[in-house]
Design a protein around this ligand. Structure first.
Ligand code: C2E
Ligand code: MG
Ligand code: MG
Ligand code: MG
Length: 277
C-alpha cells in the first residue's frame, strides 16, 4: 500500500511537472518567436524635472504585441524571462531599439537620456559591457545617453559581482539608477560605495503619499537620503497633481507617472516631446 501510494504520488508529481514545463517551454518558444516576428514594442514614459530646466528623459518599457492575446504587460513575461535567462536577449533587443531611437537627428539635438531596466541576469553576464559597447558603437550613440535601472534586489543577489559590474558600466559612461528603492534590502553602507547617480522611489510609497503620513514620511526621508549621498532622486507612480506638488515642495528632482503621461509607443513620444516645445 505504501509503495502504491508513493507511486501514485510520484505520478501526480510527474504530471504536474510535465504540464508546467510544457507550458513554460511553449512560452519560451513564443518569446523567442516574438523577437523574430517583431512582436515586441518599445514604449517610452517621460521623466520630467520638478525644478528649473534639465535635459529631457524617459524610461524604456517593453510591451508584447501578441497576435492572439493582445498587448501583454511585462509583468506577465519578464519574471519568466529572468528565470530562463531569456531576459538577456530581451535586454539587447531593448538597447538596440533605444539606440536606433536616440540615433535619430531630432533626439541627438535634444540630448534625450533614456533609462533601460537591467535584470540580475544581465548584471551577472560578464560579456554585458562588451556587448553594449559594440552595440552603441554600431549606432553611433554615447553611453552617457543611457541610464541603467537596477533594482536593490538584483544588486543584493550577488553584491560583489554586481559591484564589479556596476563599476565597469559606470566607467564606460552609463548613468546608474537604483529602481524600486525602498522595497529591497540594500544596506546604506553598500549603497554609498556603488557608483550610482540616481535613486528611484518605488511607486507604492509615492502612490500612498496622500493616504497616510507613513508613506509621505518614507518619501521625504528617501529624498533627504539621496541628497545627502549626492544623488538625484526620482519619484515613479505620480498619479495626481497633488502628489506632484508635494514632491516639488519636498525638493524631489524628477517625476514620472500617469499624471504626466502614460508610457507610449516611441512615435507618440516624439509627438509628446514636440508639444512640450
Ligand atoms: P519599473 O521599472 O519599476 O517601471 C515602472 C512601472 O510603473 C511601469 O510598469 C510603468 O508603466 C508603471 N507606472 C508608471 N507610472 C505609473 C503610475 O503613475 N501609476 C501606476 N500604477 N504605474 C505607473 P510596466 O511598464 O508594466 O513595467 C513593469 C515592470 O516590468 C518594470 O517596473 C520593470 O521592472 C519591468 N520591465 C519593463 N520593461 C522592461 C525591460 O525592457 N527589461 C526588464 N528587464 N524589465 C522591464
Ligand atoms: Mg524601471
Ligand atoms: Mg520602478
Ligand atoms: Mg516598479
Amino acid at each position: 500500500y505504501a509503495a502504491k501510494r508513493k507511486l501514485s504520488g510520484a505520478l501526480r508529481y510527474d504530471v504536474s511537472i510535465d504540464s508546467s514545463s510544457a507550458q513554460n517551454l511553449s512560452l519560451l518558444t513564443e518569446l523567442r518567436r516574438a523577437v523574430e516576428r517583431n512582436e515586441l514594442r518599445l514604449y517610452l514614459q517621460p521623466k520630467v524635472p520638478l525644478h528649473g530646466q534639465s535635459g529631457s528623459a524617459a524610461e524604456a518599457l517593453v510591451r508584447w504585441q501578441h497576435p492572439q492575446r493582445g498587448m501583454v504587460p511585462p509583468m506577465e513575461f519578464i519574471p519568466f524571462a529572468e528565470q530562463t535567462g531569456f531576459v538577456r536577449q530581451l535586454t539587447l533587443w531593448m538597447f538596440e531599439e533605444v539606440a536606433k531611437f536616440l540615433a535619430q537627428p531630432a533626439q541627438q539635438s535634444r540630448g534625450l537620456r533614456v533609462s533601460v531596466n537591467l535584470s540580475t541576469r544581465d548584471l551577472l553576464d560578464p560579456d554585458l559591457s562588451h556587448k553594449l559597447a559594440a552595440l552603441l558603437d554600431r549606432h553611433g550613440v554615447l553611453a552617457s545617453s543611457f541610464c541603467l535601472e537596477i533594482t536593490e534586489s538584483a544588486i543584493m543577489d550577488d553584491p560583489h559581482r554586481a559591484e564589479a559590474m556596476l563599476n565597469r558600466l559606470s566607467e564606460q559612461g552609463f548613468k546608474l539608477s537604483i529602481d524600486d528603492f525602498g522595497t529591497g534590502y540594500s544596506s546604506l553602507a553598500y549603497l554609498k560605495r556603488l557608483p550610482v547617480d540616481e535613486l528611484k522611489i518605488d511607486k507604492s510609497f509615492v502612490m500612498g503619499m496622500e493616504q497616510g503620513e507613513d508613506d509621505a514620511m518614507i518619501v521625504r526621508s528617501t529624498i533627504d537620503l539621496a541628497h545627502n549621498l549626492g544623488l538625484t532622486v526620482v519619484a515613479e507612480g505620480v498619479e495626481t497633481g497633488g502628489i506632484l506638488e508635494r514632491l516639488r515642495a519636498l525638493a524631489c528632482d524628477e517625476a514620472q507617472g500617469y499624471h504626466i503621461s502614460r508610457p507610449m509607443p516611441a512615435q507618440e513620444f516624439l509627438a509628446w516631446q514636440q508639444r512640450q516645445g
